[in-house]
Design a protein around this ligand. Sequence first.
Ligand code: NAG
Length: 149
Amino acid sequence: MRKSMLFGFLLVFLGLALPGTQGKILPRCDLVKILRQHGFEGFVGKTVADWICLVQHESSYNTKAFHDNGPSRDYGIFQINSKYWCDDGKTRGSKNACHISCSKFQDDNIEDDIKCAKKIAQEAKGLGPWYGWKNHCKGKNLSSYVKGC
Ligand SMILES: *[C@@H]1O[C@H](CO)[C@@H](O)[C@H](O)[C@H]1NC(C)=O
């Protein structure tokens, strides 16, 4: 009885703790649906397939993705950079143009990530700021990225 209760508490604790600590891998078609709902098709002249390809190569759909580039860092599924777009408290001269803490881009709520990614694309008039897109997606046939969704 005691042991099973302890086990129960442990399960509850893990259940509460894990979503926050591990992040989640967004299923590809779930992200396709979310991006379509948020008007990404045709936005800055690009397709949802462009964005899926971008996310695949920037973060592998991991909401918790993080890369340290030395002077700055990239956060979340869109790998948003601390030099220009968000504040991580340790990037010299950060512009924080999206007026947000970078850690917000690593939680499971991607609404703020989407808002900032759109701002980045709008200011750049395209997806040029993302090397994952430039190096792996630009000018390619991307139909496979939205296939079956
Ligand atoms: C892109 O690839 C798909 C699947 O391989 C093919 O059906 C389609 O015709 C291609 N589109 C273009 C524009 O080449």
